[in-house]
Design a protein around this ligand. Structure first.
Ligand code: FMN
Length: 324
């Protein structure tokens, strides 16, 4: 009887895991097989010290990769039981997956898995068409299914108040030369397996923009193609803010992103107000709910785009000698 996952299963599922989003497309993950279990590790060498000194962003990215890994295994017929932070003495091992009872994938698992290759960060302006209530509800359900919450920022004055917090957080970050240097280091003008291609960075920010953009050095926008005046802003959060909560948040984020992709929506992430502690606290208080904001998203109907590159699977696997 099969007692654990195989290298082939690891390799196939990791190919989907690496499609997860990460801060500046830094891809701070590794995957390994140990005692028949697949383990997800945070790759300290790929953390962004100036932008993400606490490792929050790297754990969110690894959580998102973990969600894809879970889907891939489930769709292949062997769902996994997951333990987060399984070894107290090895904090960089964020999750361990062992085979559960084989079963057919559910229609939801198949749907979510099917859109993994189509999801991408859409940083361009969206059309003004509103996102219908039933679709917003689906996005909230996606977050709740993974122990997260999703709060929509509703109404012009609430969106304006949020925008003020986000812009001031962005100003705080941009005052830091180390932050600016790190950002510049991850922008790619030639093809590369990581970092943000300048062409995917969205239009250059302009003074009339309500929300800050990250400054990945994109192109000037076409005349009249400003950002939507009343964007749909959603805040994803978790009950607490331990390192485990951040891995939970990453899984919830990825489920929301894939659900949005299936609904034909574009999403861009905006984490400046999460990265600056004062802004994060202001955001938490403005939402008037318990828990911790972990990510902000701008959601809407946009133009098609294409996924950004990733490193090859071989670069992110730790496979025991003789099994490669
Ligand atoms: C923790 C985290 C924070 C992010 N913050 C931002 C952000 O502030 N602005 C932005 O445009 N994209 C942000 N992103 C999106 C990444 O830049 C993006 O996922 C990465 O470049 C890969 O591109 P893809 O999402 O198209 O696959 C963030 C992603 C993660 C996981």
């Amino acid at each position: 009887m099969e007692t654990g996952f195989t290298v082939e299963q690891l390799r196939a599922a990791a190919a989907d895991a690496v499609r997860a989003p990460s801060l500046h497309n830094s891809q701070p993950w590794r995957f390994r097989l140990r005692d028949g279990g697949i383990e997800v590790l945070l790759d300290r060498g790929r953390r962004l010290p100036a932008t993400d000194p606490s490792g929050w962003g790297a754990r969110i990215a690894c959580g998102a990769a973990l969600f894809n890994l879970r889907l891939a295994l489930a769709v292949a017929g062997t769902p996994a039981t997951v333990r987060l932070r399984p070894y107290p003495t090895e904090p960089d091992v964020l999750a361990r997956l062992v085979p559960d009872v084989p079963r057919r994938p559910t229609p939801t698992e198949q749907m979510l898995y099917g859109v993994i290759p189509h999801r991408f960060s859409n940083r361009a302006p969206f059309w003004p068409d509103p996102v219908p209530a039933d679709v917003r509800w689906r996005l909230g359900e996606a977050a709740r299914a993974e122990q997260g919450w999703l709060e929509m920022v509703i109404g012009v004055s609430a969106v304006n108040a949020f925008a003020e917090v986000a812009r001031s957080a962005n100003r705080v970050l941009e005052r830091d030369p180390a932050y600016r240097a790190e950002l510049a280091e991850w922008v790619r003008s030639a093809p590369a397996p990581d970092g943000v291609p300048a062409a995917a960075g969205g239009p250059l920010g302009e003074p009339q923009d309500l929300l800050p953009s990250r400054g990945f050095g994109g192109r000037s926008r076409a005349p009249g193609r400003d950002f939507e005046p009343e964007p749909l802003v959603a805040v994803l959060g978790t009950a607490g803010n331990t390192t485990t909560d951040q891995v939970v948040a990453g899984q919830a984020l990825q489920r929301v992103l894939l659900t949005a992709t299936d609904a034909g929506l574009g999403v861009s992430m905006m984490s400046q107000p999460i990265e600056v502690p004062g802004a994060r606290e202001a955001l938490r208080l403005s939402l008037g709910r318990f828990g911790t904001p972990q990510m902000v998203m701008r959601i809407g109907y946009g133009q098609p785009g294409s996924p950004t590159p990733r490193r090859s699977v071989d670069e992110v696997l730790d496979v025991p000698v003789g099994q490669a």
